[in-house]
Ligand binder design. Structure first.
Ligand SMILES: Nc1ncnc2c1ncn2[C@@H]1O[C@H](COP(=O)(O)OP(=O)(O)OP(=O)(O)O)[C@@H](O)[C@H]1O
Ligand SMILES: O=c1ccn([C@@H]2O[C@H](COP(=O)(O)O)[C@@H](O)[C@H]2O)c(=O)[nH]1
Length: 257
């Protein structure tokens, strides 16, 4: 019942939160709406007043559970998406891949960000957080669900700062699932994925060199930051997918999921 209530309320909060940043639909992201969303940070209504504990949000006279969020991080090709699909099959999580959302936005007819996203993806660079975070927030609201695996985000300091500004008060962050995998294995997996017809414009050696370098320089420090805060569950992602999932399952069960 609580889950149902949280679900309803997340949607209600989404539709009713007083922040213009909440009003645009995922299929209609525009520069103007992003500017609006950024400006709204200065006057967003804070619904979480002092009477609600941190994992709850106050909506009118009610306090309800905030949606739970697990960040899923690791190198390119470490197996994040593969493991997220398995987690979704067993646990009540909704999987949101930041990369998938960006690719979708890139392909959306009329998107103002299509060319920018393609350039960032092909060159392994990290798209400005205003775009990614808005896509994530919109997808969360559109799902109406209350438990999320956010895959491949936050990847740098800009991502983390933007998330903290826009989302940290609205969700109940749990921990980072970190899929730790050697560079060579990651590269081989991505090349294999490209050869099996992924159609991704970044599953090639040239893009992979850039992606790995971005991961080492920008993303690993973020994982280390969470580690320092005791918020990382590390998993050796080099064994086969079945074995890796065995470890994931143990962690999620031990964490109460
Ligand atoms: N444990 C594993 N052992 C061998 N191959 C794997 C394993 N996990 C995933 N793969 C394969 O490696 C490729 C990359 O996996 P996946 O897409 O899940 O990685 P990812 O971390 O989500 O990648 P990216 O960050 O690039 O989106 C896929 O072809 C997948 O089938
Ligand atoms: O938060 C994000 C997530 C992804 N990107 C860009 O997309 C590609 C592909 O991401 P995958 O997670 O491998 O699907 C990544 O290399 C970035 O260029 C991003 O900018 N921000």
């Amino acid at each position: 019942m609580w889950r149902a209530l949280a679900r309803t309320t997340w949607r209600a909060a989404a539709n009713d939160c007083g922040s213009p940043g909440f009003r645009f639909a995922p299929s209609t992201l525009t520069q103007q709406q992003l500017r609006h969303s950024k400006a709204s940070k200065r006057y967003t209504t804070n619904t979480n007043t002092s009477t609600a504990p941190p994992h709850k949000i106050r909506i009118g006279i009610m306090s309800v559970e905030k949606p739970k969020v697990v960040f899923v991080l690791g190198g390119p090709g470490a197996g994040k998406g593969t493991q997220c699909s398995r987690i979704v099959d067993r646990f009540q999580f909704t999987h949101l891949s930041a990369g998938d959302l960006l690719r979708e936005e890139r392909s959306r007819e009329g998107s103002e960000f299509g060319n920018l996203i393609e350039d960032y993806i092909r060159n392994g660079k990290i798209v400005p957080v205003e775009v990614t975070c808005s896509l994530l927030e919109n997808a969360m609201k559109a799902s109406g669900k209350s438990r999320f695996l956010i895959d491949g985000f936050p990847r740098n300091q800009d991502n983390l700062d933007g998330w903290n500004r826009q989302m940290s008060e609205k969700v109940d962050f749990q921990f980072v699932l970190f899929f730790d995998c050697g560079e060579d294995v990651c590269v081989q997996r991505c090349l294999g994925r490209g050869q099996s017809g992924s159609g991704r414009t970044d599953d090639n050696l040239d893009s992979l060199k850039k992606r790995i370098s971005t991961y080492n320089n920008d993303s690993l420090p973020i994982i280390k930051f969470f580690e320092g805060a005791g918020q990382v569950k590390r998993i050796d992602a080099s064994p086969d997918a079945e074995q890796v999932y065995g470890e994931v399952e143990k962690i999620l069960v031990a964490s109460g999921f």
